[in-house]
Design a binder for this molecule. Structure first.
Ligand code: PDD
Length: 277
């Protein structure tokens, strides 16, 4: 297995980055994860557009779409052209003496690799999750490699035997530690509006599109933790997660939600499978 690093294909143990790389030292970088179904890209353009948006937001001068060729070469080299897999891409600001401001002459460090994933059978999974305070920064729309708050949140969930941690800011659910979040309330699908408090999920956008095609009403409006009594279904979405129903939520050691229905989640899963395969 090889990784792409700054124009070279290397064995992972030979792929090395300076200790002064701003990605390593400051978390000054952006990443993306993009799925391939039996080797066929799904929403690659949208993933590269989001990467470009994030790079632009942090004034990191790099053409995200220049990675398209590299992606296909990576899949070929990994012999995953007919397999389910995902591409990890990361661009950091590069190597420079440590400063809090952007250095003038650093060249971006570009890392890319492909890895096999199991995308089949997601519709048979269910997640019991917990909920905690959203301790992340106020630019969650930027897919930063600085994921410490997400890592701490997910670790807390996994250590307690839960699949995911749903994050709550000022009483309102934002999203999961590594997933977008949807609620079904009185037959209407609710999800947090786009903006600095959530990542603009590519799978989220596709689910909203499927809803509109099926005539299922969507409200991009945050759901308060006190509204859970009115919620019938909850599901999370993401590139490798796809669409998984949340069967229960535990908050401060108390079960605050148990799913009462699954019909809308099931329907969305079924249409998602049709669109990805
Ligand atoms: N995570 N929200 C957060 C905080 C995420 O980290 C992710 C994805 C999503 C879902 O976005 P998308 O549908 O575009 O994958 C939402 C990626 C896969 C990761 O960190 O590995």
């Amino acid at each position: 297995k090889e990784v792409y690093l700054n124009g070279s294909w290397l064995k992972p143990e030979k792929a090395q980055v300076s200790v002064f790389d701003r990605g390593f030292m400051l978390g000054d970088g952006i990443y993306e994860v993009s799925p391939f179904y039996k080797g066929k890209a799904f929403k690659l353009k949208e993933h590269l557009q989001r990467l470009q948006y994030c790079l632009d937001e942090i004034s990191l001068d790099f053409d995200a779409f220049s990675l398209e060729e590299v992606i296909y070469e990576a899949i070929e080299r990994a012999k995953l052209s007919t397999e389910d897999c995902a591409v990890y891409m990361q661009v950091t600001r590069g190597v420079a003496p440590r400063t809090h401001y952007y250095p003038e002459d650093a060249r971006p460090t570009v890392l890319l690799y492909v890895f096999p994933v199991i995308l089949e059978g997601f519709e048979k999974k269910t997640w019991d999750v917990m909920a905690t305070e959203d301790k992340r920064w106020h630019r969650c729309d930027i897919k930063s490699t600085a994921l410490l708050a997400n890592v701490m949140a997910n670790e807390e969930a996994v250590a307690a035997g839960f699949a995911e941690n749903l994050l709550v800011r000022k009483g309102y659910f934002t999203e999961g530690s590594h997933s977008s979040l949807f609620f079904v309330k009185y037959g209407v699908v609710h999800t947090h509006p786009e903006g600095p408090q959530i990542l603009s999920g590519i799978t989220r956008a596709e689910v909203i599109k499927i809803c509109s095609d099926l005539g299922i009403k969507v409200r991009e409006k945050a759901v308060h933790i006190d509204e859970l009594v009115e919620v019938e279904e909850i599901f999370v979405t993401g590139t490798t997660t796809q669409i998984i129903p949340v069967t229960s939520i535990t908050h401060k050691n108390k079960k605050v939600y148990s799913a009462s229905k699954d019909s809308i989640t099931k329907k969305l899963q079924q249409f998602f499978i049709e669109r990805t395969r």
